[in-house]
Design a protein around this ligand. Structure first.
Ligand SMILES: NC(=O)c1ccc[n+]([C@@H]2O[C@H](COP(=O)([O-])OP(=O)(O)OC[C@H]3O[C@@H](n4cnc5c(N)ncnc54)[C@H](O)[C@@H]3O)[C@@H](O)[C@H]2O)c1
Length: 397
């Protein structure tokens, strides 16, 4: 088995995959065009981050490719439909930087509520400005979390540890942790929160969900954070609310349009406003998160190769099957059409092969079937399943 890891994937991923007996080649940067096509031709595993574009042409050029590891959170850079059609499993690391985002949110909440940005700037400018005016403790203040998912719920726990009251609004039914209280509406949350922080996902319906109307419903002197997605917020309306003094401060990490390259110029209506922290989409960017991503994704790739496990796959139905001792595992990716399971088991029955374990899941266009059988099965079995009309890919794991 050969793996190619591009874009400076964390060294722990190399160590992990090499330890699983896989020959690993690394490239520091992204590849594109003919270079990428030539590089993927003879690999079974490909590791990328956000810059390598896996188009249908690239996937076509890699007939032996079994799985792609996106060593990052997003998978927009991969043509998932083509990967699925080609029987290529895709994995990412959806939770690896959750804690990093939460810690930055806590840091920014404290910095803004203590007006550290202004004190810091004044003293660097040679001005001694010692005053308690407008500075508050976190203890006893109310934090309003919009979007109570992985990040929002973990933030809730840490904020309570600081002595804050936590209220949340989520469009889905969520289990509240600790003493957090769910609000029935966003307006209810805005009316009571000293700090409002957005942690919603990037579904298209969230475009512009937070604008002038929502900012006007926040408490005067409240603080606002957006570390989720740039397009959910009207930055112009936020700039007005800050410039008028209605809001006491804001921290923004994500923007509707973000520069693509290191050192590119950046413009925003928020630049230059007092008590505003602007960061270049780094809420999840820590060395710990990168290391966790490296370990998490490489473990998913190893488990897929060794056991056929698709738990947390982005594009294949998620299944895992405890291995029957001494058995041989058939991992069959097939068209999602009725009768495939019956056909496979009919064939096994005809050849007098006993099933020792089996699990099937279907999703969208594909079905995925893991079957454990005795290691000494007739040789023709594999050929016959591979030749079945709805087989997309058959592998012995
Ligand atoms: N700035 C960064 O570096 C960084 C890093 C990681 C994640 N993120 C972003 O943070 C956000 C949250 O990530 P997560 O892992 O917690 O996602 P998640 O999917 O676990 O949680 C999102 C939550 O938002 C809720 N939601 C969606 N639309 C809503 C709405 N209009 N009103 C209220 N609730 C709504 C969902 O029901 C869900 O519970 C995502 O947008 C993600 O892209 C940013």
């Amino acid at each position: 088995m050969r793996a190619l890891l591009l874009e400076n994937v964390h060294p722990d991923a190399v160590t992990f995959l090499a330890g699983a007996g896989i020959e690993v080649r690394t490239e520091p940067g992204a590849l594109e065009g003919a270079d990428l096509i030539a590089a993927v031709r003879d690999v079974q595993l490909l590791g990328i981050r956000s810059k390598t574009q896996l188009t249908p042409e690239v996937l076509d050029a890699a007939p032996g490719l079994l799985a792609v590891g996106a060593f990052c959170i997003g998978t927009n850079q991969i043509d998932l439909a083509s990967a699925t059609a080609a029987g290529v499993a895709v994995f990412n690391a959806p939770y690896s930087n959750t804690r990093s985002v939460v810690e930055l949110a806590i840091a920014e909440m404290i910095a803004l509520t203590r007006r550290l940005t202004e004190k810091n700037r004044a003293l660097h400018g040679g001005v001694w400005d010692k005053s308690a005016s407008g500075a508050h403790e976190m203890r006893g203040r109310t934090l309003g979390i919009v979007g109570y998912g992985n990040i929002g719920s973990q933030l809730s726990v840490l904020a309570e540890a600081l002595g804050m009251h936590v209220v949340c609004f989520d469009t889905a039914e969520k289990l509240m942790l600790g003493n957090a209280r769910a609000c029935a509406t966003l307006d209810e949350l805005l009316a009571v929160s000293d700090i409002v922080t957005l942690h919603v996902d990037g579904r298209p319906g969230n475009a512009g969900m937070f604008g002038a109307a929502q900012l006007a419903r926040m408490k005067p002197g409240a603080v606002f954070l957006n570390l989720s997605r740039g397009f959910v917020l009207d930055n112009g309306a936020l700039s007005d609310a800050l410039a008028s003094g209605r809001l006491a401060g804001a921290a923004i990490d994500v923007f509707p349009s973000e520069p693509l390259h290191q050192g590119d110029p950046f413009e925003s209506a928020l630049c230059g406003l007092p008590n505003v922290i602007l960061t270049p989409h780094i809420a999840g960017s820590t060395e710990e998160a990168q290391q966790d991503i490296g370990r998490f994704v490489s473990a998913k790739l190893r488990d897929y190769l060794a056991e056929g496990t698709t738990t947390l796959s982005v594009n294949l139905p998620p299944i895992a099957l405890p291995r029957s001792p001494g058995s041989c595992r058939l991992a069959l990716l097939h068209d999602n059409t009725p009768g495939v399971l019956a056909d496979v088991n009919g064939l096994l029955g005809d050849l007098e092969v006993n099933v020792e374990g089996q699990v099937l899941a279907t999703h969208g266009e594909v079905g995925y079937l893991l079957t454990d059988i005795a290691a000494d099965h007739p040789a023709e079995l594999v050929e016959k399943i591979a030749a079945m009309p709805h087989t997309r890919r058959l592998r012995l794991a």
